[in-house]
Design a protein around this ligand. Structure first.
Ligand code: AMP
Ligand code: ZN
Length: 116
């Protein structure tokens, strides 16, 4: 699949609409279309990176920014006191279905562990 076909690149480009909650030069965060919790937000780099497995050392800053954006969005969504979860799925066994790096931010209910 080419970058031109990437769903999340199309969301970054505004070709597919999403319910954005946060945007910086390097990041976009938007509500998951099929939420698994009362709050379910995806945080993505605006640059196409297929998965964590192919991320480069040069992506250190943007990957760190994704985590800190999760912290800030969790506060903005009033999740911080109760707690929340961040998850990144990688590859087939990880359950990754969209091949553009994304961090899930889930909260608003008690989340079970371990995952299925
Ligand atoms: P993953 O399974 O980790 O690759 O997660 C991909 C996520 O993208 C899933 O939770 C989907 O519900 C979500 N998703 C797919 N298409 C869209 C879309 N158009 N807008 C928002 N979220 C989407
Ligand atoms: Zn992409």
């Amino acid at each position: 699949m080419s970058i031109a076909d990437c769903l999340f690149c199309k969301i970054v480009a505004g070709e597919i609409l999403a319910d954005a909650v946060h945007r910086t030069e390097g990041l976009l965060a938007f509500r998951d279309i099929n939420p698994q919790a009362p709050v379910h937000i995806l945080i993505i780099p605006t640059e196409h990176i297929t998965s964590l497995d192919v991320a480069l050392d040069g992506h250190r800053d943007v990957l760190g920014e994704m985590m800190l954006a999760a912290r800030d969005i969790a506060r903005a969504e009033d999740l911080a006191d109760a707690g929340y979860r961040t998850v990144m799925n990688i590859g087939a066994d990880g359950g990754q279905t969209v091949h553009h790096v994304h961090l899930h931010l889930l909260g608003g209910r008690a989340l079970a562990w371990p995952p299925g």
